[in-house]
Design a binder for this molecule. Structure first.
Ligand SMILES: *[C@@H]1O[C@H](CO)[C@@H](O)[C@H](O)[C@H]1NC(C)=O
Ligand SMILES: *[C@@H]1O[C@H](CO)[C@@H](O)[C@H](O)[C@H]1NC(C)=O
Length: 293
C-alpha cells in the first residue's frame, strides 16, 4: 500500500501566473489592503515613512474592481485554453471568488511594487503568496471537477497497489487492513482480503499505534495542502481539518482503493467503488474548504 499521500495528491497545474497590467497607484493599493485587513502589520516600512492612510476614494475602489474583473477574465480565458469546459471554468472562477483569490493577486501586486520592504522579505512574501495562488487553483479544480481529479487519484492508488512491497510496511499494512475489517468499512461478502499475506508475526504489534501513525500522516498532508492564509487560528484549523477527514472516513477510502488494487476486482466493482471514493473525497474537500474561511 502507498502511504506517500503528498505524492499522490500533488497536481500538476499549468495555468501560468497572470501578470495583469494595473493602473492602481501604490497608495490606493495600500489603502485597500489595509482597510480590508488583508495585510496586517508587515508593512512597518510605510509607517516609518509616514505614509498616509487616506480614506479609499471612489476611483481607487473602481480601479481595484476593474483589476479584479480583468484578472478573472484573463484566468477564464486561460482555463478555456487548458480545455476546461465552460461549466468547469465558471465553477473554478466562482470558487476562487469565494476564496478571495483577487486579494492574493492584489497582495502580489503590492509586494512586487513595494520599494520600501527589504528585498529578502519581499522575496519570501512573494513566494508564500504564489504558493497560496497555486493552492487555491488546485483546490478549486478539485472541487469543480471531482469526477476527473478524484477518479484519477483512485486509479493511481488502485494501479500502483502492487508496486510497493516494502518489508517495513508489512506491519502497518496488516493493521490498516484489520482496521477496515474490524470497523466493517467494506462488504466482507463481496471482497475477501488476506490480512496477513506475508505471514509476519502479529503477536507483538500494537495496531492502535499503526493506525494513529497513518492517520496523522494523512492529516498532515492536508494541513500542508491548506496552508493558505490562515484566517482562523492554526489550532482551530487543525481541528477542522481533522474533523473533515475523520467524518468522511477519507483515510479509509484511500486505503481501500489501494487494497482493491492489490486483490484485483471486476470492472463493475471497480467502477462502483471508484464512484464511492469520488463522493467521499468530494465531501471531504467541501468540508476542508470551510476550515480557513
Ligand atoms: C455485499 O456483497 C454481496 C455479494 O456481492 C451482496 O449480495 C450484498 O448485497 C452486499 N451487501 C451490501 C450491504 O451491499
Ligand atoms: C495485483 O496483484 C494481484 C495478485 O497477483 C492481481 O490479482 C491484481 O489484479 C493486481 N492488481 C493490479 C492493479 O494489477
Amino acid at each position: 500500500m502507498i502511504l506517500q499521500w503528498q505524492i499522490i495528491f500533488c497536481l500538476i497545474f499549468t495555468v501560468a501566473y497572470i501578470t495583469a497590467d494595473s493602473d492602481i497607484n501604490p497608495t490606493c493599493l495600500l489603502n485597500y489592503l489595509h482597510e480590508n485587513q488583508i495585510i496586517i502589520g508587515g508593512f512597518r516600512g510605510f509607517k516609518a515613512r509616514k505614509t498616509q492612510f487616506n480614506e479609499p476614494d471612489a476611483t481607487c475602489n473602481e480601479r481595484i474592481e476593474s483589476f479584479n474583473n480583468n484578472m478573472y477574465d484573463e484566468l477564464l480565458r486561460l482555463l478555456r485554453n487548458e480545455h476546461e469546459t465552460a461549466e468547469i471554468a465558471d465553477c473554478i472562477i466562482d470558487q476562487l471568488k469565494v476564496l478571495k483569490y483577487g486579494d492574493l493577486q492584489l497582495q502580489k501586486l503590492f509586494y512586487e511594487g513595494s520599494k520600501t520592504i527589504s528585498k529578502r522579505k519581499r522575496k519570501n512574501k512573494l513566494k508564500s503568496i504564489e504558493f497560496s495562488i497555486d493552492k487555491q487553483l488546485e483546490i478549486s479544480l478539485k472541487i469543480c471537477s471531482p469526477e476527473d481529479i478524484f477518479g484519477e487519484f483512485f486509479d493511481e492508488l488502485y494501479n500502483s497497489a502492487n508496486q510497493t512491497s516494502d518489508e517495513d510496511s508489512a506491519e502497518s499494512d496488516y493493521c490498516l487492513k484489520k482496521h477496515l475489517s474490524d470497523t466493517n468499512f467494506y462488504n466482507k461478502t463481496a471482497y475477501v482480503i488476506d490480512m496477513n499475506p506475508k505471514n509476519i508475526d502479529i503477536s507483538q504489534i500494537n495496531c492502535d499505534d499503526e493506525y494513529k501513525i497513518a492517520l496523522d500522516a494523512f492529516e498532515e498532508a492536508f494541513e500542508e495542502e491548506l496552508q493558505m492564509e490562515m484566517r482562523k487560528s492554526p489550532k482551530n484549523t487543525k481541528t477542522c481539518v481533522t474533523n473533515a477527514i475523520r467524518s468522511t472516513k477519507s483515510l479509509e477510502h484511500n486505503l481501500f482503493a489501494a487494497i482493491l488494487g492489490e486483490i484485483g476486482v471486476t470492472a463493475d466493482e471497480r467502477a462502483k467503488e471508484r464512484a464511492k471514493y469520488v463522493t467521499a473525497m468530494d465531501q471531504m474537500y467541501s468540508k476542508l474548504m470551510k476550515c480557513n474561511y
